[in-house]
Design a protein around this ligand. Structure first.
Ligand code: 13P
Ligand code: SF4
Length: 350
């Protein structure tokens, strides 16, 4: 990265001292992650956001829903800053509040809402988290989806899982022993989700029709291909991948789980990793004694994560130095209250 910008970022960070806390998601660029005080997956970062109550500014190097969660979990005086407001998440955008309300009304009309617990993946907007809080549900991340679903099924016979159908299906079928027939997919673009009343009645998991465009690119062929190219390779994928990919893989786990697995893997072992490319490249550099490659032959970064680059970070930091707060992310009071209810239920999971 540009040495001039690196120096400017360093200077601005030093000038802000303890007033500043920089969080960085594992999918961020190297040029940005080098300035993070803490790195983590979305679960760890949600916990860390509240860990520095004395910091006036939390600069979140990640995507919009993560910065919103940080604002919800921190005290009112702390300001959360997203260096580029265009860093959204296509998966989070696949479930809008109006669509989810419409689905809930249909479940009410069918007399089912009472037995449905809504659970949303962290990768969703604050108003979807608040919806879950208001309706007896919770948030989960990829590292605690199983525990969150156990919690939900202790409280109701069905779960509405938002917005990632793959995480929901993979967790229900591969970790909880449900069958594919227990899962249905609610399509927000079709009347009644594209489902018959019988299908809804029978389902245990109502999966929202959302997915991650990055993890969704890995296919069963990517797995076959790498196995034929690299004998003895271990295939390790994120649960946002499609069900058939996870079925073919050797290991599945959240971003933190992927890192831990590679950390403890024996020297000389080969790994093909199905997750975001910035992270896979960094892991390959960090563990040169293991052969770590990307599961697919085509390059696939998360384009919105990548919007946070060094020029945007420097701009945000230097603005703070001169007393100008740019790109602050704020969630209104009512949404904060109910989203926090849903987030706290997750944070309280055993
Ligand atoms: P985790 O950080 O929970 O593994 O989620 C992956 C992801 O896609 C973040 O956007
Ligand atoms: Fe969203 Fe996927 Fe990017 Fe994560 S990797 S921010 S889920 S598009």
């Amino acid at each position: 990265s540009d040495p001039g910008l690196v120096e400017r970022a360093r200077k601005a960070k030093a000038a802000l001292g303890d007033r500043l806390f920089v969080l960085g998601h594992h999918y961020q660029r190297d040029e940005v992650i080098q300035f993070a005080d803490v790195t983590g997956d979305s679960f760890k970062l949600a916990r860390q956001a509240a860990a520095r109550p004395e910091a006036e500014f939390i600069v979140f190097c990640g995507v919009h829903f993560m910065a919103e969660s940080a604002d919800i979990l921190t005290s009112g005086d702390q300001k959360v800053i997203l260096p580029d407001l265009a860093a959204g998440c296509s998966m989070a955008d696949m479930a809008t509040f109006d669509q989810v309300e419409e689905c809930w009304e249909a479940l009410e009309d069918a007399g089912l809402a009472e037995q449905v617990i809504p659970v949303t993946y962290m990768n969703s907007s604050a108003d979807i988290k608040a919806f879950c809080g208001r309706n007896g549900g919770a948030v989960c991340t990829s590292s605690n989806a199983r525990r969150a679903l156990d919690w939900a099924f202790e409280r109701g016979g069905k779960v509405l899982f938002l917005p990632d159908q793959h995480l929901g299906r993979n967790t229900a079928v591969l970790e909880m022993g449900m069958s594919l027939d227990d899962c249905v997919v609610w399509n927000p673009h079709r009347p009644n989700g594209g489902l018959t009343p019988e299908e809804l009645e029978r389902a245990r998991m109502i999966l929202w029709r959302g997915h991650c465009s990055v993890h969704g690119r890995f296919t069963a062929e990517s797995v076959d291909d790498v196995r034929s190219r690299v004998p003895g390779v271990n295939v390790l994928v994120h649960p946002e991948c499609r069900h058939e990919v996870v079925l073919k893989a050797d290991h599945v786990g959240s971003t933190e789980h992927i890192i831990k697995t590679l950390e403890s893997a024996p020297a000389g072992s080969s790994w093909a990793v199905g997750t975001e490319l910035n992270l896979v490249k960094r892991l390959a550099q960090t563990f040169p004694d293991k052969e770590i490659s990307f599961l697919d032959r085509t390059v696939c970064y998360c384009s919105t994560m990548n919007r946070i680059d060094l020029p945007h970070l420097v701009w945000a930091l230097e603005s703070l130095v001169i007393g100008e707060v740019v790109n602050q992310i704020t969630v209104d009071e009512d949404t904060t209250h109910w989203a926090k209810v849903a987030l706290d239920r997750m944070l309280a999971l055993p």
